[in-house]
Design a protein around this ligand. Sequence first.
Ligand SMILES: Cc1cc2nc3c(=O)[nH]c(=O)nc-3n(C[C@H](O)[C@H](O)[C@H](O)COP(=O)(O)O)c2cc1C
Length: 192
Amino acid sequence: MTTFDDLKALLLTDRSVRRFDTTKPIPRDTLLRLVELTRYCASGRNAQPLRYRLVTGEAERERIFPTLAWAGYYQDWDGPSPAERPTAYLVQCLDTELGNNCLCDDGLQLQAITLGATTLGLGGCIIKAFNAPALAKALEIPERYAPRYVLALGVPAEKVHIVEMKDGDFKYFRNANDDQCVPKRPLSELII
Ligand SMILES: Cc1cc2nc3c(=O)[nH]c(=O)nc-3n(C[C@H](O)[C@H](O)[C@H](O)COP(=O)(O)O)c2cc1C
């Protein structure tokens, strides 16, 4: 049985990673294992309207990279260099034949996938800032499936630390060691 402390430790480890070890590819089977986790998530109306396009091949990865925007707070960084790019992506899509609203299914499923990826030693970044028409075209995703999020995945090649939030400044930053630092609000601030 998973304990509360196990779950907390996993959540603490499950950070957004944007630089990856490109020498360590992710097998397609691993992506299938991660998507399988989404079957057990709660779903509004139990409609389960989300679908996933798996991306592992180099040609497809190169085609979709320019459609993604990375780390909006880093004005002078255009995202990972070719030597540190994600080795796989999951494109989460809404099956519009099942409706045009997935309530919070998308976030629940993304979190299940990132937690699962963390247990496998993988890291990832949820990406909402992407050019959906260009992405759908690059991957020839049928019109029926509307891309909602892109999840970039790989073996992490950067360290990420949770840090105390100072003066309400929630912008993440890189420290002197070039590690990613993510301010989180204290519990006391979350309670109204
Ligand atoms: C809904 C959502 C959308 C996000 N979109 C982007 C994005 O477009 N590009 C990006 O680099 N990071 C994106 N992120 C990652 C956030 O920047 C990251 O979760 C935040 O800085 C906190 O860091 P943490 O995930 O390590 O806790 C997104 C995260 C969420 C939950």
